[in-house]
Design a binder for this molecule. Structure first.
Ligand SMILES: CC(C)(COP(=O)(O)OP(=O)(O)OC[C@H]1O[C@@H](n2cnc3c(N)ncnc32)[C@H](O)[C@@H]1OP(=O)(O)O)[C@@H](O)C(=O)NCCC(=O)NCCS
Length: 409
């Protein structure tokens, strides 16, 4: 099969959008003017990867220039892979592999030490060096069983209209983003087109987006964005579908969940993505009411430049460990790394010596944000080395909060 990845020219944008929609099984709406404006605002044509077979686009891909929080709080450039599709008539002929080659090489040339993505299916990206680094948890509870609880003294919760939310939410998010590994920064366009963009056709029978703001003495300390879906049989069993809860204080967090648990006619509370260590169950009167509806991977990480990436995060305590890293897709990374940590800060050198541990770069990606259990990865054969060495790795790489990624891209 002959195909070629070319530059995305302005005249090819519509065909590219059409191919993305069809690759994900949707119908493209090219007449929707806002769709075109949104595409131009969100996607940098220089970072797009249209795959042409003859004159037709049969594969799509591209990336966002993102900035990710890593353990210790450093803000690190991450090439965020997105819109990957290959038309069903052209799969399994190497189009994805060709896109990944260009994508990883471009990230390296631009000096972006990390690659990140959300995978539609687990088997796709490990071969390109990505590992699942963040976990997400979907939850559901019936507020009538969870208990309505006491309201949080001193914290007021009120609903803000969309125009006000556009001003209040971004600084609250920014205040939290820098303190939680796995969260990336949001630009003004990102907020406009991804968070606040709320056309009727996106609602699927639910309400418009609602923004509950928690305040102390008029100062915002958090927000909860959600939709409502009314439902009546004999009883009112409406659903409150939470998209995002962000709180800058613990009291704000408690007040927002108390609010969610007390919306009359909407006792079924759902949230698609809370952090793996979210203490919601401990907050509710009867935490057993909370059901985990989904526990799976969210953000996958690829270390494009292993040494650079390892230097940018911090570690726990002090110690030295050597890791032999295999990297079949980015051979510049392959080799043994000595990580010497002093009071949390690492010196990283490529060395020629026998290593304490051996792993693939995808496993190092899974460990990088501090959310994975090295012992578990060793148990399933992804890390080779003595129990002592794996324990040392675990102790150095672990962090006190679970990494969390707020949204799919
Ligand atoms: C995933 C997708 C892009 C793969 O494209 P493709 O051009 O067929 O991939 P390639 O031909 O380059 O395949 C490379 C390798 O990955 C494997 N592979 C690709 N997709 C796979 C999948 N979904 N599950 C398991 N293995 C897969 C291939 O078998 C091949 O393995 P091999 O080298 O051992 O033969 C394509 O199946 C697709 O468009 N899926 C629907 C949209 C989607 O899920 N996109 C991903 C969004 S995150």
């Amino acid at each position: 099969m002959n195909f070629e990845i070319r530059e995305l020219k302005p005249e090819d944008v519509d065909a590219f959008r059409q191919a993305i929609s069809s690759g994900f099984g949707h119908d493209a709406d090219l007449d929707d003017e806002q769709g075109g404006e949104r595409f131009r605002a969100m996607f940098d044509r220089e970072r797009m990867l249209p795959v042409f077979a003859g004159d037709e686009i049969m594969g799509t891909g591209g990336d966002f220039a993102l900035t990710l929080t890593v353990p210790g709080g450093a803000q690190v450039p991450m090439s965020g892979l997105t819109i990957i599709t290959v038309q069903p008539t052209h799969t399994r002929q190497g189009m994805l592999t060709a896109m990944m080659r260009k994508h990883i090489d471009a990230a390296r040339d631009r000096g972006e030490p990390l690659g990140g993505l959300w995978a539609s299916e687990v088997p796709i990206y490990g071969r390109y060096g990505y590992g699942p680094a963040v976990r997400m948890r979907g939850i559901k509870y019936d507020a009538r069983f969870a208990g309505r609880g006491r309201s949080e003294e001193g914290v007021m919760v009120r609903l803000a209209p969309a125009e006000e939310a556009e001003v209040l939410l971004p600084p609250l998010f920014a205040a939290v983003q820098g303190g939680r590994p796995g969260m990336f920064q949001r630009s003004a366009d990102w907020w406009k087109w991804r968070l606040f963009f709320d056309p009727e056709k996106h609602r699927e029978g639910q309400s418009a987006l609602r923004h509950a703001i928690a305040e102390v003495d008029g100062e915002p300390v958090g927000y909860m964005t959600y939709r409502q879906k009314a439902s009546w049989d004999q009883l009112a069993e409406g659903e409150l579908r939470i998209r995002e809860v962000i709180a800058t204080t613990d009291a704000g967090y408690r007040a927002l969940w108390h609010y969610a648990t007390n919306v009359d006619l909407f006792p079924i509370v759902k949230c698609w993505n809370i952090a793996a260590d979210d203490p919601l169950q401990l907050l509710l009167h009867d935490g057993r009411a909370v059901t985990t509806t989904n526990m799976s991977d969210s953000l996958w990480i690829r270390l494009v430049d292993v040494a650079d990436a390892l230097r940018r995060r911090t570690y726990a305590g002090s110690g030295t460990i050597t890791i032999a890293v295999a990297d079949a897709f980015a051979d510049w990374n392959a080799g043994t790394y000595r990580i010497t940590v002093e009071n949390g800060v690492a010196t990283v050198d490529k060395v020629v010596t026998e290593a304490d541990l051996a792993m693939d770069v995808s496993t190092l990606g899974a460990l990088y944000l501090g959310g994975r259990d090295a012992m578990g990865l060793a148990r399933v054969g992804r890390i080779e080395g003595s129990v002592e060495a794996v324990g040392k790795l675990d102790a150095l790489f672990r962090i006190s909060v679970a990494p969390w990624c707020a949204e799919v891209f």
